[in-house]
Ligand binder design. Sequence first.
Ligand code: ADP
Ligand code: MG
Length: 238
Amino acid sequence: MAELRLRNVNKVFQQTHVLHDINLHIADGDFVVFVGPSGCGKSTLLRTIAGLEDITSGELYIGGALVNDVAPAKRGVGMVFQSYALYPHMTVYENMAFGLKLDGAGQDEIRSKVESVAQTLQLGALLKRKPAALSGGQRQRVAIGRAIVREPKVFLFDEPLSNLDASLRVQTRLEIAKLHERLGSTMIYVTHDQVEAMTLADKIVVMNQGRIEQVGTPLELYNQPASEFVATFIGSPR
Ligand code: ADP
Ligand code: MG
């Protein structure tokens, strides 16, 4: 089970109150897309779920367990960021194997998992290369692969496609959708691209200035935007 629940989550950096009383339930296996203007708190929210930021107040549950004080590596979440953050001195294989080693997996298990994920993401021929010898799209697929091999219960994507050119963006988006279908894991995905949001999401969460404006299916938001802000953001003819 990998449902997520946020209860009255607040995040304050020094004087800046970035997340205001966030209440949200994400069902197991849902693909939830967060949208909202730059600076509204999307990345901060993802980082708090991952455990890379403490929350100032409130409760965060993953799979029914309170994780406020659980270390990032123990939360069962995998993350893919906009900047690929691959280890430059390691090969593709080593990049993908690294987390599994940390998890204590044996050599055979590591090899079979990495090879199977590499196959899925069409990286099989690139396992011996270093990141510098890969295209942007290939690097991003390695970053996705590195998260997948650990079989996280929850995936967090922070604008994973925004550094890719248009055709690769579409291709990688389709790969992510297939992945969700195949793994059935819970996916939380931040983007400022409306097409990505509308095509990937079971549910869209619209954020504005650290608050949730509306949660709904793409169709609900389009047909019944709760505010002018949502209408403008989703592009519906309100
Ligand atoms: P988004 O991802 O929606 O663009 P962010 O979550 O990155 O927004 O940022 C939300 C707000 O929090 C911004 O005002 C940003 O300046 C502030 N912020 C983010 N990280 C920090 C930090 N480490 N220290 C202080 N302020 C921060
Ligand atoms: Mg961001």
